[in-house]
Ligand binder design. Sequence first.
Ligand code: ADP
Ligand code: MG
Length: 280
Amino acid sequence: MIAFDKVSKQFKQRDGNVFKALDEISFTIKEGEFVSLLGPSGCGKSTVLNLIAGFDTGYSGSILVNGDTIKEPAPDRVVVFQEHGLFPWLTVLENVAFGLKQKGISKKERQELAMEQIRAVHLSKFADRYPNELSGGMKQRAAIARALIMDPQILLMDEPFAALDEQTRLVLHQELEDIWMRTGKTILFITHNIREAVMLSDRVLVMSTRPGTIKKEFAVQAARPRDSADPLLHHVETSIMECLADELEKVIKEEMDDDSYSLKKNTFSDRDFGGMGGGI
Ligand SMILES: Nc1ncnc2c1ncn2[C@@H]1O[C@H](COP(=O)(O)OP(=O)(O)O)[C@@H](O)[C@H]1O
Ligand SMILES: [Mg+2]
């Protein structure tokens, strides 16, 4: 279980001023749960993920994973980033097997375990390819296989599909849901795409911006595997959109030079969220 209790995080800026990125954030994620953290760019999503990953230990409040304070990165918490991070000089098989080297497992066994994960993401025909010979979706599937081979308890995903086209993203959603249902991993998925968050998650934590707080939590009680035509999903999407509208207006105003700028009515209440990938 992951438990945040009144976690605040400040960054020192170059001009010496202190910037409050997270303000007393509290939430819990149960073992085996699929939770998304959703919010506009700059609201502190990656900051939360980095704290859980153990990349950053400078915060106030308490963060516990299975009752223990996080001191450093560990293989029970593996991260998949937007940029796949595969080594370009290694094949898919070598990339996926790479993390097992430190575990002192023989080469033959490493390759067998890697092939198992590669098959699970349906890349077995491409195991001998180099990353630059793969499509964007294939690279992300290889990155997921490389994370899963460490058999982490928690999979941390920071906008893993944000750079993919819409069709590829839909395929990856199914693949990730399959993996999650099969493995029972705890997944924290970060996105600024409302549809993606709702489609995948048991719960969506919506963040507000500057400083980042958890604004509201939405349970998504739709049946699994998810069906994109399920009206319940659309209902939750609409509720989240309403919850986020004023946050988005705040962000956009900050990025405009005109203080009196205001959004046209209904800008964010359009029911077609299909294109929200780059939206918020
Ligand atoms: N290392 C850092 N130093 C200073 N400011 C940072 C640093 N990392 C993040 N920030 C600031 O903290 C805020 C939250 O960042 P981040 O968590 O990356 O947002 P998100 O992932 O939601 O887009 C942003 O305003 C960002 O500029
Ligand atoms: Mg981020």
